[in-house]
Design a protein around this ligand. Structure first.
Ligand code: ADP
Ligand code: MG
Length: 333
């Protein structure tokens, strides 16, 4: 077989596979862009599990009219650090891959306006082709609408689960993101029915109550490590021993501002409850962990949900110490 270099269109569909696995990955990328834009209000709408439509609106910075088309180029980003120091990134995005990836596997329309322009811009891309760019009146901020996901890639479409399963995945993702950013107001509706609505007042217990349920929120303990825990600064909510779940899905971790998955750190939470919970029951947590940024690499996974920590053991034991101490201090003598 002879070797050929893939066309731009072919290679972008392949690259998109790393970022856009399913509707939830699109929601994640769009919401992260909204957060990076400084928005304090983010509205998320999905239809048929996001397969039919996903719309994310924000009141953030918007994109200047002469930059909008550029945003859809691969590796085009306003976030790459000037000195190239990927350990010094303050934004959720930095790879410049999300918009071109989404645009190569779906139909996407972006309507956006910055504060110092009277008119905004509307861009429509479809499966990698630019369909239309218009000047338009619109509010400050950005609305992105994605439709016809994988319409031209039946193999990928077939791989998706039912709308209700895809919907559920998006719902849990939005729960995590809205909890991770308690100062941002989130509203999420599924086929027009509101599923989540936060006030964005910054209070963790309050936000937890709005996202999950007030009863669980009330039973959670607020924990906060002082400086004495050393390496990692940790704060958040953990369940008291009498509130448990039958699986580990409620152990949430935010490391340096990003919702991440890490088996070892989740195990640290779980293990700290040893002796407090009966076998087969699992705790709930929403922990914000901050480590020195030079010790953390986010650039090891295309969707940035996995991380590499220079000193995982230190973080592990900081988590354990904080939870253990909190459980012991509140348990009856
Ligand atoms: P990245 O987020 O990694 O930079 P994206 O492809 O997600 O890459 O977005 C490309 C660029 O488009 C961003 O760097 C940003 O400048 C701009 N952008 C995307 N979404 C928004 C938004 N909601 N508000 C403001 N700017 C945005
Ligand atoms: Mg992005």
């Amino acid at each position: 077989m002879s070797i050929k270099v893939l066309s731009k269109q072919e290679s972008s569909v392949i690259a998109a596979g790393e970022v856009v696995e399913r509707p939830a990955s699109i929601v994640k990328e769009l919401v992260e862009n909204s957060i990076d834009s400084g928005a304090d209000t983010i509205l998320i709408h999905i239809e048929s599990g996001g397969i039919k439509a996903i719309a994310v609106s924000d009141n953030g910075s918007g994109i200047a009219s002469n930059d909008v088309e550029l945003a859809f180029h691969r590796f085009a980003t306003s976030k790459y650090p000037e000195n190239g120091d990927l350990f010094n990134i303050e934004t959720l995005g930095f790879r410049g891959e999300a918009l071109p990836s989404i645009a190569s596997v779906a139909s996407i329309r972006m309507v956006t306006r910055v504060v110092d322009e009277r008119n905004g811009t509307s861009v429509h891309m479809d499966n990698g082709n630019l369909i239309e760019v218009l000047s338009t009146g619109c509010p400050l901020g950005t609305t992105v609408t994605v439709t016809n996901l994988f319409a031209r890639i039946p193999a990928r479409l077939k791989f998706l689960k039912s709308p209700s399963v895809e919907s559920q995945r998006i719902y849990s993702l939005v729960q995590q993101l809205s909890m991770a950013f308690p100062l941002v107001r989130f509203r999420f509706d599924v086929d027009g029915k509101i599923r989540l609505n936060t006030r964005g007042n910054g209070d963790l217990r309050n936000t937890y109550a709005e996202i999950f349920d007030p009863k669980t929120a009330n039973s959670m303990m607020v924990v906060e490590s002082g400086d004495d825990l050393g390496y990692a600064a940790i704060h958040g909510l953990i369940s008291s021993p009498d509130t448990t779940r039958s699986n580990r899905n409620f152990i949430n971790l935010v490391v340096n501002g990003r919702c991440i998955q890490n088996r070892s750190l989740a195990f640290a939470v779980e293990d700290a409850y040893k002796g407090f919970l009966t076998v087969g029951r699992h705790p709930l947590s929403f922990l914000f962990i901050d480590v020195p940024k030079e010790d953390l690499d986010f650039n090891v996974h295309p969707a940035k949900v996995e991380i590499r920590l220079k000193d995982e053991r230190q973080v592990f034991s900081s988590i354990q110490r904080l939870i253990r101490n909190s459980l012991i201090s509140m348990s009856p003598v």
